[in-house]
Design a protein around this ligand. Sequence first.
Ligand SMILES: [Fe+2]
Ligand SMILES: [Fe+2]
Length: 132
Amino acid sequence: MALIVWRKEFETGVAEVDHEHQELVELINQLHAQLGGETSKETVSRFLGEVFARISAHFALEETVMRKHKYDEYQAHKAEHEALLDQIRDIVDDYEAGAYADADQALATTVRDWFVNHFKTKDARLHRLLGV
Ligand SMILES: [Fe+2]
Ligand SMILES: [Fe+2]
């Protein structure tokens, strides 16, 4: 089963952006599917690392667009991106410290909640205003 199931709530209302976000969710699911049944700590750590990299690449792209357009809410938007990356880092650290039997589920819950909030508010405004 997919780690993160796409929900209507994730939609920003901008078709291309929703498509891009869907691809991001799909990538996370694909990486998760590669975990399989017997997973070593190294494999899970690698998975978490790759998810972090994909998400931060997506954010970096948005931030470049915002800077280019001198977007008025750049700082607040970027701050939310950084807060999510911090949350993912915490999950990675806690996992390394042995806090989770299922770090993937902790990640899924965090990312899912965050998608509902950030996509719907910050990303929707950004992409509607800039038309990108
Ligand atoms: Fe986004
Ligand atoms: Fe964003």
